[in-house]
Design a protein around this ligand. Structure first.
Ligand code: PEP
Length: 260
């Protein structure tokens, strides 16, 4: 078990997607440990491809940096070829799992209901779900971004009630900002984070275990501080820049600087 449960103000979560190999991961994780273990108020989490969970567990144990996966099965166990359960993730010390990432939702037709069931499976096994929500460019241009994000959150609330969001993480990831180099403006992010916060008000009233709301989509060392200073942005989910130790450190330092 990692000692990752410090009193956290901001989260910075690396999404490695389908990148890396044993050798490059070892170097990157070593750089993370060298550069990031001194942070006081930022929880760093690395979400690696499944085969590298054991490597993350060995190299990150007792460093304060937590690790997790990028998906899980909604089922406990059984004849589900190619799937990985929450219990299996726990076997490798995973404390977090990214769910509903738009790359998966698009490529593998994941429905909101399916994602909701995965969310519950994670909670049931003590894994913190990092639920990705966000709109396409067409939806933004049509002005229906809150409708879209509200529907994604309602899929979970309708099935399991709002309380399942306690201690969970929601990451607002406008699909048009992911991997494009074009992040949301602080104003765009502010408006959506406020919407999500209001939607989950009941959870936020219990401030001990409030839901964290992160921003994801082309976060880099240059824009991180400006984004993280926005009210109700509790940190970032970082794709591309998490593969570069220097850039990732810059983002983590921004989070550390601007915690409230
Ligand atoms: C992501 O895929 O979750 C993401 C935020 O990617 P990027 O930082 O590369 O936009």
């Amino acid at each position: 078990m990692t000692k990752s449960k410090k009193t956290t103000r901001k989260f910075v979560i690396a999404n490695w997607k389908m990148h890396g190999n044993l050798e490059s991961n070892a170097a990157l994780l070593k750089a993370y440990v060298d550069q990031l273990t001194g942070l006081n108020s930022t929880q760093v989490v690395v979400c690696v491809p499944y085969p590298y969970l054991a490597q993350a567990q060995i190299l990150l144990q007792d460093t304060g940096i937590a690790w997790g996966a990028q998906n899980l099965a909604k089922n406990e166990d059984g004849p589900f070829t190619g799937e990985v359960s929450a219990k299996m993730l726990r076997d490798f010390g995973s404390e977090y799992v990214i769910l509903g990432h738009s790359e998966r939702a698009t490529a593998y037709c994941e429905s909101d209901e399916n994602i909701a069931q995965k969310f519950m499976a994670a909670k049931k096994h003590g894994i913190t779900p990092i639920l990705c929500v966000g709109e396409t460019l067409i939806e933004r241009e049509a002005g229906v971004m809150e409708l879209k994000v509200g529907k994604q959150l309602d899929a979970i609330i309708d099935l399991y009630g709002i309380d399942v969001f306690r201690n969970a993480i929601v990451s607002y990831e406008p699909i048009w900002a992911i991997g494009t180099g074009l992040a949301a403006t602080p104003e765009q992010a502010k408006a959506m984070h406020l919407f999500i916060k209001h939607k989950l008000t009941q959870v936020n009233e219990a401030d001990e275990n409030t839901v964290k709301i992160l921003y994801g989509g082309s976060v880099n060392p240059q824009n991180a501080l400006q984004l993280f200073m926005v009210e109700n942005i509790d940190g970032g989910l970082v794709g591309k820049c998490s593969l570069n130790a220097q850039e990732f450190e810059g983002i983590c330092q921004a989070a550390e600087t601007c915690h409230d």
